[in-house]
Write a protein that binds this ligand. Structure first.
Ligand SMILES: Cc1cc2nc3c(=O)[nH]c(=O)nc-3n(C[C@H](O)[C@H](O)[C@H](O)COP(=O)(O)O)c2cc1C
Length: 173
């Protein structure tokens, strides 16, 4: 006979298996790699993100999903503004640096303050936003941004992330 405890255990196991499967599916989704930045006072914050996408052209909007515990998210909430530095293929070192929990992530990084937001030198794309609204997304917060400035460096290869490895895009022959 199947006891209530066994059914509960089976459900919990299925849920863990499903999360593991979802992780594997998502690791097979090739994403661009960006660093989302914000200033709190004069202190720069930044986090590597793959969960960044364009949302709307009229008005121009993008979204980024950040873990609720992200210190960069706290700086975005406080300042009401943020930047997205779309990394170039040569910037995997920066991607690793901004994926850490640390207070000195900007040490040795070439950046400047552009209209109140840290802009990283050498990125292939730059989008500066003001916060439109924040939405619940489970253990993440979805930050919807109204685009205030956008520019890109033509002919720059993008940094990509696939199966937990950095790479770039190649056109099919
Ligand atoms: C390739 C890659 C992509 C990532 N994408 C995200 C993401 O989309 N959202 C997120 O919250 N964290 C993401 N992370 C993890 C954050 O970069 C990491 O938790 C970081 O330490 C957060 O820093 P903060 O607390 O200073 O904001 C990613 C890490 C890597 C290596």
């Amino acid at each position: 006979m199947t006891s209530a405890a066994t059914i509960l255990n089976d459900n919990a196991k299925e849920s863990i298996d499903m999360r593991q499967q979802l992780r594997e599916v998502m690791s097979g989704v090739c994403t661009p790699v960006s660093v989302v930045t914000a200033l709190e006072g004069s202190v720069p914050f930044g986090s590597t993100v793959s969960a960044f996408t364009s949302l709307s052209l009229d008005p121009p909007m993008v979204l980024v999903a950040l873990d609720r515990t992200s210190e960069t998210l706290a700086a975005i909430r406080a300042s009401g503004t943020f930047g997205l530095n779309v990394l170039a293929a040569a910037q995997s070192g920066l991607a690793m640096q901004f994926a850490k929990k640390a207070t000195d992530k900007f040490r040795d990084v070439l950046w400047h303050n552009e209209a109140g937001v840290p802009r990283i030198e050498g990125a292939s794309g730059w989008v500066r936003c003001t916060v439109h609204d924040l939405l619940d997304g489970g253990d993440h917060i979805i930050v919807n941004g109204l685009v205030r400035a956008a520019s890109h460096t033509p002919e720059t290869s993008p940094l990509t992330y696939h199966r937990r490895r950095f790479g770039t895009h190649a056109e099919l022959a």
